[in-house]
Ligand binder design. Structure first.
Ligand SMILES: Nc1ncnc2c1ncn2[C@@H]1O[C@H](COP(=O)(O)OP(=O)(O)OP(=O)(O)O)[C@@H](O)[C@H]1O
Ligand SMILES: [Mg+2]
Length: 249
């Protein structure tokens, strides 16, 4: 369980977050959506123990994020793949284990194969497409088998169709594991198809404008994107986002 209790964050004169309270249950997929600069990345960095809140606190399974991280309970992937150019896909994934140790870890070979990269273990990042690099990046975040995954716009740089496939693939991978995920995206469709709940944030300072339960059955395949129930949920999230932006304008 991840608990944000009245979390505020100040960077000098800039108030990035204001009293954000949110509890995320084990196994839940929660997406943060909101205008640029509203503090989504800051929330993830605080949950990962990379940034300290100015007010309030975050607990990860009752402990500090720093402790959760040092116990390798958390995996993080950001928008730009953090791959080393001089290492193959496989060696990039193995690199996480050099930091975290191998205890309880997944097999890097099996993980890459599972991610559809069976023929690319020994390719270097520049020999991979953007979507493939992003899969290696997420594999590196998953290989130590963390209970919690923090994903900051992992598909932001991809074209829409690749993005849809990646979302479907991520949904499939997560359905078979039962990880707790905090996901950040600017895409209302992506948020709706992947999430159990969508947290809509207002413009800076980020506050929670609305938390929307996505009442759609799983699995949610690509065909589901044209289903009227899906489109109704998308409209609900979109109008909430419009309202959040208007409120803060
Ligand atoms: N290390 C930092 N030092 C100073 N200001 C920062 C720092 N990190 C973030 N900020 C400020 O905090 C605010 C929130 O930033 P953050 O990156 O969390 O936004 P975001 O919601 O992730 O935006 P985007 O959708 O563009 O990625 C911004 O005004 C940003 O300028
Ligand atoms: Mg961001």
């Amino acid at each position: 369980m991840i608990e944000f209790s009245q979390v505020s964050k100040q960077f000098g004169d800039v108030e990035a977050l204001e009293e954000v309270s949110l509890t995320i249950q084990d196994g839940e997929f929660v997406t943060l959506i909101g205008p640029s600069g509203c503090g989504k990345t800051t929330m993830l960095r605080i949950a990962a123990g990379l940034e300290a809140p100015s007010g309030g606190r975050v607990l990860v399974n009752g402990d500090t994020p720093e402790n959760a991280c040092s116990q390798h309970q958390i995996g993080v992937a950001f928008q730009r793949p953090a791959l080393l150019a001089s290492r193959t896909a496989l060696k990039n994934v193995r690199m996480t284990l050099e930091i975290t140790g191998r205890e309880g870890a997944l097999s890097p070979d099996e993980l890459l194969t599972d991610f559809g990269l069976g023929d690319f273990h020994h390719h270097y990042p520049h020999q991979l497409s953007g979507g493939m690099q992003q899969r290696v990046n997420i594999a590196a975040a998953l290989v130590h088998n963390p209970a919690i995954l923090l994903l900051d716009e992992p598909f932001g740089a991809l074209d829409e169709l690749t993005r849809e496939s990646m979302g479907e693939w991520l949904g499939g991978v997560l359905n078979r594991s039962s990880k707790t995920v905090i996901f950040v995206t600017h895409s209302v469709e992506e948020a709706t198809i992947l999430s159990d709940r969508v947290v809509v944030l207002s413009a800076r300072p980020g506050r929670i404008a609305e938390v929307i339960e996505i009442g759609l059955p799983r699995p949610r395949s690509k065909a589901f994107r044209t289903d009227e129930n899906f489109l109704r949920e998308v409209a609900r999230v979109r109008s909430s986002l419009y309202q959040a932006v208007e409120l803060s304008a």
